[in-house]
Design a protein around this ligand. Structure first.
Ligand code: AHR
Length: 644
């Protein structure tokens, strides 16, 4: 019996409890939430981080490849720079000679994105043509009657002809949208823009630029963008995926990661300033999940999305170290000031006065009002004393300057780690574990010392031993969440990870939401998240249990067992009857016997207790059908018990 005591008001459940964590992993952004349809649009994909550390220290690859969906060497999985040059691009030609390459022209379109596609066409005959083809992110999907904004750049001194842009359906061989331009051969970069309207809905499309004359050209920044995006923001987000996220009613969003905040090398870290401005000028970055992010969905787009979904923003900043910290890739404390300034600038961009340098940049980008930045996380998944010292330095300055912001430390709350931290507002421990862990972890927070900080469980997922995730995984996460809700004076924020995955290139095994060009699908875990957010309580109520007796009768065959993960349960009168006869129970048949066993003369066990994490197994009772009766006198645990 469970009694709910309406008068016994427990901890309030913070309205910040359920949020989302976005990282550019699994093509969550490019080829995912970011609505651009052209992959490798700026021909920069083969630009790997310069510096030698990444190549020399392959040992810095993740140590638990089982999480990574079989891509054991994600950090350097796609290192054929020559092949990467043409990623997602190909050329076909008819009745002409053609040369192709991706190089840095002497006059690049933009200094941040130096590479361009070089095309040479000669000996063209009547009816001859060259098509430069982009396959999109595993196909280009367009919808009938929808508008698509095309933008690309050409440079030529001698190409005297036209270029036709086609959206082509590989399934039917039809062109579903087309526009022809006269090419300017002035020896300058020229921008070409058009609105394409799709004549048909297709999912396996290609984008093609068709040339029909002799000459030499450079092609750069080819963008095909749906006019319809979430809230119709320009350079915006794919509507169906954004709506799926909106369905979770997230209270906050964490961005940009994850491991990529630190980078495989320090140089490879996310530099938020490079994610601003005209997308054509964004350098992008190779992310340690094995592909290059265009950073089309950058800091501004993230903040805008937070505003659009009424979420608080959580910016994750680099703490002067990379994921290769063990190889010595971090700055000294004396060199930390620029990192501090970079965080200040990020804060100012989000909420600063428009008269400040970075507040003015926000206003110039069309948003004079502050964005809802509330949290700044410093670093990601750290445990070293180096990090603790860096954090202490950064926190001591930032908290003084921005007392209203919440700053988050990324050490787990293991005492030996957290005691190195002088002060923090929150900590962010992560758990990627198996179902047993999460069921038991319902009680993880019950005895944690309160007062020094609160907790943001920024990443968790039952991803071990559950394939790509299943119902058991989702239920165990639900049990874990209930423990967090019950301790919501201490745990005030949570987010599952990873959030999004394009099913053509998973880096990670279990992800919350899977998508391709045609559909967006939430796993059972998604519906767990949604259910908790949809029904978030205001506060906990006290309960008392085990008043009275629970009587249970089961008809079984074979063996039976009674167990519990973390509880103490008192049973009485465990009685097995077979063919109407009470069968003797010998307690020595039980494995892992715990508690007292009083066997009555007729073979009934009068009373016993099982303790935490006990499985009490009666071995091989009989293969015949039997009836098992028992009374439960007392259940002191949180989870209850199981009979099997
Ligand atoms: O969620 C995927 C990765 O898991 C994150 O990048 C990192 O923080 C954690 O190790």
């Amino acid at each position: 019996e469970i009694v709910i005591n309406l008068q016994d008001k427990g901890a309030e459940v913070a309205s910040s409890m359920y949020g989302i964590f976005f990282e550019e992993i699994n093509h969550a952004g490019d080829g995912g939430l970011y609505a651009e349809l052209i992959q490798n649009r700026g021909f920069e994909e083969h630009e790997l981080p310069s510096g030698t550390m990444l190549r020399e220290h392959k040992a810095c690859a993740p140590t638990s490849p089982s999480y990574y969906g079989g891509h054991e060497n994600n950090w350097y999985a796609h290192w054929d720079e020559e092949a990467l040059k043409f990623k997602a691009w190909s050329v076909v030609s008819e009745k002409c000679d053609v040369t192709k390459d991706v190089i840095t022209p002497s006059e690049p379109l933009h200094k941040n994105t130096p590479n361009a596609f070089k095309l040479g066409i000669s000996n063209i005959e009547t009816g001859g043509k060259v098509e430069l083809i982009n396959s999109g992110y595993w196909g280009i999907a367009v919808k009938e009657n929808e508008k698509y904004d095309l933008r690309f750049y050409l440079f030529s001194r001698d190409y005297k002809g036209t270029v036709t842009a086609n959206i082509y359906d590989t399934a039917s061989g039809e062109v579903v949208a087309s526009h022809t331009f006269e090419v300017n051969h002035s020896g300058k970069w020229v921008e070409y823009k058009a609105e394409l309207i799709a004549g048909k809905t297709i999912n396996k499309g290609e984008f093609r630029l068709e040339f029909t004359a002799n000459g030499n050209l450079f092609v750069d920044y080819v963008s095909l963008f749906p006019r319809e995006t979430f809230k119709n923001r320009p350079n915006g987000l794919r509507k169906d995926i954004a709506e799926f996220l909106a369905g979770m009613k997230p209270a906050f969003m964490r961005w940009p990661g994850g491991c990529i905040v630190e980078g495989a090398t320090l140089e490879n870290r996310v530099k938020w300033k490079e994610t601003l401005g005209d997308p054509m000028t964004r350098r992008g970055e190779w992310v340690l999940w094995g592909y290059r992010s265009s950073w089309g969905m950058g800091y501004h787009e993230f903040l805008q999305f937070c505003e659009d979904l009424n979420m608080d923003a959580m910016f994750v900043a680099n703490a002067g170290m990379s994921c290769s910290i063990r190889n010595g890739d971090y700055v000294s404390e004396a060199e930390l000031e620029p990192f501090l300034q970079d965080i200040r600038d990020a804060i100012e961009y989000a909420i600063g006065n428009v008269k400040s340098e970075w507040g003015a940049r926000r206003a110039a980008a069309g948003h004079p009002e502050p964005f809802p930045l509330k949290y700044v996380e410093i670093g990601n998944e750290n445990s070293t004393d180096i990090y603790a010292r860096h954090f202490n330095y950064l926190y001591s300055h930032l908290k003084k300057e921005y007392p209203d912001l919440t700053f988050i430390n990324t050490m787990s709350w293991k005492e030996r780690e957290i005691e190195m931290v002088e002060q923090t507002d929150m900590v962010d421990p992560h758990w990627y574990e198996n179902p047993g862990f999460f069921f038991a972890a319902n009680g993880l927070f019950d005895d944690k010392q309160r007062g020094k900080y609160t907790t943001y469980v920024g990443e968790y997922a039952c991803n071990n031993g559950v394939g790509k995730g299943n119902m058991e995984a989702a239920l165990s996460e639900a049990a874990f969440i209930m423990g967090m809700e019950r301790n919501s004076d201490f745990v005030t924020m949570t987010s599952y990870a990873p959030l999004l995955c394009n099913d053509h290139q998973p880096n990670w095994k279990c992800n919350l939401i899977w998508f391709n060009n045609e559909q967006v699908v939430g796993r059972a875990s998604y519906y767990v998240q949604k259910m908790f957010a949809d029904h978030a309580p205001d506060y906990n109520l006290g309960i008392s249990k085990s008043v009275g007796e629970l009587q249970t009768k089961l008809i079984k065959t074979g063996t039976f067992g009674i167990g519990s993960w973390d509880t103490k349960v008192d049973f009485k009168d465990i009685k097995v009857t077979q063919h109407g006869e009470v069968r003797a129970i010998d307690p020595s048949q039980f494995e892992h016997k715990q508690g007292e066993w009083n066997v009555l003369p007729d073979g009934v066990i009068s009373q016993t207790a099982i303790q935490a994490a006990t499985r009490t197994l009666l071995k091989d009772f009989s293969s015949d059908e039997y009836t098992l009766e028992l009374k439960v006198l007392k259940n002191e645990g949180r989870e209850g018990f199981f009979i099997y």
